[in-house]
Ligand binder design. Structure first.
Ligand code: IVH
Length: 691
């Protein structure tokens, strides 16, 4: 997008020029958002530009142009769909972005003032709802039948998307008896997060474009010109209001409150969010905002705030509208989860196992409630797919406690000459070669413990609470110890004297003493903690425990062959090979020997008694329903006896265990002459009886 020159000599004044620039930008982004369903900037940025223009127009009414984006409610009408004039306009609502208390208080104060209430008067009754992040929809029912679904469009005229909306399973096509002859239900079409993820995975598999967020995906689906494609897009719906309806004089319902109306819509089969709540006065609105804010990230769909509405319909009528916003409703937003920022650099970090991770260093940005300065780009492919470059303007997303991520790059704002990111072929810390194994997403530094980054991570891993635990040995201290060359390997930790420790910068004698004591204490450990602490690739806590239980003694593990390792529960070929490789390296054995020599010790146990494996080497296929054993139970029993359980029958199958309603697998077994057992036969075989 062209950036208008704000200082051009022809500008009458900088406010006028800024307003013109904002109008142009907002038109551009509104088109991208509403018509193309392909926004380039996050909502928060659009809102800011919008408010900036509103503020200039408020201060300089002469700058308010009839075509200003602030003068329309929503988007444009797509040419391809028929236009629908809304019988009752689809309004927008005023938005408060203030803090918890002030947003609700400001709204309540306004309502009370408009209604002429005194301080002593009782609190106003409200309904609080979720503000769904989807797209507004009007559903028109005539004589109980869905005849039309329309988008909001510009509020007066929307698009007829009936065909696509009919494919949404949650929307009733026919209403029960008792519903009025004319009914327009207003609500939000949206996409659940799980549906969105699954759909995006399918899009990627097909080599098609993935959507940026659930709302764009929902909007894209609703305005999809091919209803067959729309039908494959998983959409949902929530009702939150009414448009046109048969008036009470003509036999229509006479609702008294918004809440009652929502309950009635529910009884007619419309989905109404379970979080809808009645609330008395500002205090209860504030509590609602807080309660929903705390659970926002665990909802199965996106919301961008909550909505407060005056409950009494009589009071709603009394309050009326200002321009196109009702005075009886307000949206109270939460901090945006997506923001714009720029990429200052791309660092490559080295992990404990040598994994190289590209990390975007960002200009600090407040998003999702915290200031974010880093976002992982995961690996080379991911960085390439997003094509993030130094100098780029990017959309950063941080939802809940999830680590911040770069959602997309704004190509229009890329500075000239920005270079494509490439992973370094050498480790940025130690200079050793970095290699990417076939079928792996990651580059790894081949420096091993020669690499100080890996050494630091290895020490921190060993010293963590779940491993050998050296209290007080954190990353700052480890950085110092490794950088000063005092600690090169794990055993060096135990050779640290108080003198060496106290000589480090910022280390007081007392803290040095504490570390010495913590190291002394760490010497008495357990075999699983020690094993886990060694940081063998693929050996997590659970595997370390299983290995210790199975072998009892460290030497037995160190000397076990792959075959023996495979006998341990949960140890597969990759893990077994990784353990073998680790202990095949002389320097790793040396580290273990030295740690023991330094006094690191644990109580060793006896190897677990080996259960006999009467079915070792045999392959089974299970089919149909067995009378007493579940599929999983049968599988567990077979695997415990050493058998393999496969999914399909082939010449290599030794036995098929068939239960009730066994299908094609049984036919196949008979065809190939594979032995077939029932549950009784299986149990007998497990007891060691010949089949
Ligand atoms: S009420 C007259 N309630 O927010 C009031 N709107 O500008 C009409 N929205 O795009 C809107 N959740 O689709 C209302 N619980 C809710 C809502 C909601 C989401 C959307 C609506 C529109 C925007 C309002």
């Amino acid at each position: 997008m062209p950036t208008p020159d704000l200082f051009s000599p022809s500008s009458p004044s900088s406010d006028a020029a800024r307003a013109a620039a904002l109008r142009e930008q907002l038109h551009h982004h509104a088109h991208r958002y509403y018509t193309l369903d392909a926004p380039e900037i996050p909502d928060a940025e659009y809102d800011r530009l919008f408010r900036e223009l509103q503020a200039i127009e408020a201060a300089h009414p002469e700058l308010l142009m009839p075509d200003s984006p602030t003068q329309r409610v929503g988007g444009r009408v797509l040419d391809a769909f028929a236009s629908v004039r809304h019988a009752v306009p689809m309004l927008s609502i005023r938005t408060e972005t203030d803090t918890e208390a002030s947003g609700a208080q400001a709204f309540d104060a306004r309502v009370r003032r408009e209604l002429g209430l005194a301080e002593a008067d009782p609190p106003v009754a409200y309904v609080a709802e979720l503000k769904f992040d989807g797209l507004a929809m009007s559903l028109r029912y005539e004589n109980g039948v869905l005849v039309q679904a329309a988008t909001r469009g510009d509020g007066e005229v929307g698009e007829d998307v009936t065909q696509n909306v009919r494919t949404i399973g949650q929307i009733p096509l026919r209403l029960p008896a008792g519903a009025p002859p004319l009914l327009e239900v207003r609500g939000e079409v949206y996409m659940r997060r799980d549906d969105f993820e699954a759909m995006n995975a399918r899009q990627r598999d097909k080599g098609e474009k993935a959507f940026v967020n659930p709302r764009n995906a929902a909007a894209g689906a609703v305005r999809q010109l091919d209803p067959a494609i729309a039908a494959q897009r998983p959409l949902s719906f929530f009702a939150y209001g009414l448009g046109d309806i048969t008036p009470p004089e003509q036999g229509g319902p006479a609702f008294e409150t918004h809440y009652q109306m929502l309950q009635t819509l529910k009884s007619w089969g419309f989905p109404v969010a379970e979080q809808v709540a009645q609330a008395l006065g500002a205090a209860e609105l504030i509590a609602y905002h807080q309660r929903i804010g705390a659970t926002r990230d665990s909802l199965p769909f996106d919301i961008d705030g909550v909505v407060y509405k005056v409950d009494s319909l009589a009071l709603q009528r009394q309050l009326g509208f200002v321009t196109r916003e009702p005075r009886w409703a307000v949206a109270h937003k939460y901090p945006a989860q997506e923001e714009l920022t720029t990429v200052l650099g791309i660092d490559v970090q080295v992990g404990r196992t040598g994994k190289l991770t590209p990390v975007a260093k960002l200009a600090p940005v407040f998003v999702g409630g915290v200031t974010v300065t880093n976002a992982t780009l995961h690996n080379e492919d991911e960085a390439r797919r997003k094509d993030v470059r130094v100098g780029d303007t990017v959309i950063v997303r941080r939802a809940g406690d999830v680590i911040p991520e770069v959602v997309a790059v704004l190509p229009d704002r890329r500075p000239p000459g920005a270079l494509v990111f490439t992973m370094p072929r050498t480790c940025p810390v130690c200079g050793s070669a970095a290699v990417r194994e076939e079928d792996e997403a990651d580059y790894r530094c081949t420096g091993g413990l020669f690499c100080s980054a890996q050494r630091k991570q290895a020490i921190l891993h060993y010293a963590q609470r779940r491993a050998v635990e050296v209290e007080g040995l954190g990353d700052k201290l480890v950085d110092q110890l490794v950088d000063a060359g005092v600690v090169k390997t794990l055993p060096d930790l135990y050779r640290l004297g108080l003198v060496a420790l106290a000589s480090l910068d910022r280390m007081a004698e007392k803290s040095g003493q504490n570390i010495v004591e913590a190291l002394e204490k760490s010497k008495q450990t357990t075999l699983p903690r020690f094993l886990f602490g060694l940081g063998i690739r693929h050996v997590g806590e659970a595997t370390a425990k299983a290995l210790a239980r199975h072998f009892g003694k460290l030497d037995a593990i160190m000397d076990a062959g792959v075959e023996q390792l495979l006998e341990v529960n949960d140890v597969g070929p990759i893990v077994a090979q990784s353990i073998r490789t680790f202990f095949d390296q002389a320097h790793n054995r040396e580290v273990v020997a030295q740690l023991r020599a330094c006094g690191v010790t644990w109580e060793e146990g006896e190897p677990a008694v080996q259960a006999p494996k009467p079915l070792a080497g045999k392959t089974f296929v299970l089919t149909g329903t067995l009378p007493s054993l579940s599929r999983d139970q049968a599988k567990d029993l077979l695997e415990a006896a050493g058998a393999k359980v496969a999914g399909s029958v082939s010449k290599k199958t030794d036995y098929v265990v068939a239960g009730a309603e066994a299908g094609s697998k049984l036919d196949k077994a008979n065809e190939l002459g594979v032995k077939v057992l029932d549950e009784h036969g299986l149990l007998a075989l497990l007891q060691g009886e010949p089949a």
